[in-house]
Design a binder for this molecule. Structure first.
Ligand SMILES: NC(=O)c1ccc[n+]([C@@H]2O[C@H](COP(=O)([O-])OP(=O)(O)OC[C@H]3O[C@@H](n4cnc5c(N)ncnc54)[C@H](OP(=O)(O)O)[C@@H]3O)[C@@H](O)[C@H]2O)c1
Length: 251
């Protein structure tokens, strides 16, 4: 059974990944959808004319990895696509506001993504793909979203690292680095109306991001940045002093 696993398939970009995948990868027979809200995953499953399995798991919790590992061990799926998309980002300085929020970003964006990748790789055959959803926030530290941008720097670096490790196995890894998208992320993170940078930056269309990322994964690209504007930003961030970049990119 050829399987695709999508985390955060219940909303936003993850749901667009699910919608776009049957056209981009018609051989995939079953989708395994992971997120906390079961009812939203059930609703999302109706978007695709394929068999879907629902996994209502909180990827910040260790017991979720144990449960998912048991299913993998029992079912031994052939995972042709793993999309690590679940993520969250909260605006606010470190040392202010709730500790929970800062820790949640680390637990989900970093620990959850690492655990899922580690568990799923043994089930990925040659020719399969991993997509890790990172962000333009990974290009340089973003004050006021310090933890978020640090977690996304990890995601991009992690993706490059596993891409190298998996070359021999024939599995590719692609870091996807979108700019802002008009999804629940912006509201949940307390960003809407509270960040001048987010107010002026060009927004990415999640449907186009998902389609572009799936195409980039198929070509074995290690990083996919949508929009010429953000490709340029990535280039500048590589050559300009971090101090300058941080001034320009403060959220
Ligand atoms: N929107 C942006 O501006 C933007 C820009 C760059 C990168 N990104 C990245 O894009 C990815 C998708 O975000 P989005 O914009 O589509 O936001 P979203 O609409 O809020 O979707 C986030 C997804 O993550 C899932 N999720 C949240 N907490 C979870 C947990 N503890 N365990 C498992 N799943 C969890 C949510 O499902 P449940 O609530 O059902 O668990 C939801 O499906 C994230 O990695 C984000 O960092 C977003």
């Amino acid at each position: 059974m050829k399987v695709a696993i999508i985390t955060g398939a219940s909303a936003g970009l993850g749901r667009e990944f699910l919608r776009a995948m049957p056209k981009a990868y018609p051989d995939i027979e079953e989708y395994w959808l992971v997120a906390r809200r079961r009812e939203k995953l059930v609703e999302a499953a109706k978007d695709v004319p394929r068999q879907c399995r629902i996994f209502p798991l909180d990827l910040t919790k260790d017991e979720s990895y144990e449960k998912f590992a048991e299913v993998l061990e029992r079912e031994k799926p052939e995972v042709w696509m793993l999309v690590n998309n679940s993520g969250c980002g909260f605006l606010g300085n470190v040392g202010e506001g709730e500790l929970d929020r800062q820790v949640q970003m680390v637990d989900l964006n970093l620990k959850g993504l690492t655990a899922m990748t580690h568990l799923v790789i043994p089930y990925m055959p040659s020719g399969s793909h991993i997509i890790n959803v990172s962000s333009i926030a990974s290009f340089c530290p973003n004050a006021r979203m310090t933890v978020y941008s640090a977690t996304k720097s990890y995601v991009t670096a992690f993706t490059f690292g596993i891409g190298e490790e998996l070359k021999q196995k024939g599995v590719t890894a692609t870091a996807v680095c979108p700019g802002p998208m008009d999804t629940a992320f912006i509201d949940i993170g307390g960003i809407k109306g509270h960040s001048k940078t987010f107010d002026v930056l060009p927004y990415c269309d999640p449907k186009k991001v998902a389609e572009g990322a799936l195409a980039a994964a198929g070509k074995g690209r290690s990083v996919y940045t949508p929009k010429a504007f953000y490709k340029f930003y990535r280039f500048v961030a590589k050559i300009a002093p971090t101090k300058w970049m941080m001034k320009a990119s403060k959220t």
